[in-house]
Design a protein. Structure first.
Length: 69
């Protein structure tokens, strides 16, 4: 369980992502879909889903680290 403040920081960082990346993160991390399921839902290549998910998670992590400093 995360605090409301942490949730709001993650939500703000998520909103900074392009819509396509945000959708992948939500489907994966919030809805629990696998990369293969996301591939099928969004009609993307599996490698694209994995790459965008990795980049998005790094972006969010970097924004959260910035807020701590």
């Amino acid at each position: 369980m995360i605090s409301r403040e942490d949730f709001e920081q993650v939500s703000r960082a998520l909103q900074l992502l392009p819509e396509a990346q945000r959708e992948i993160v939500i489907l994966s991390d919030w809805e629990g879909f696998s990369s293969k399921e996301i591939r099928d839902i969004l009609d993307l290549k599996d490698a694209t889903v994995r790459q965008q998910l990795s980049r998005s998670r790094k972006f969010i992590t970097d924004r959260l680290k910035e807020s701590l400093t």
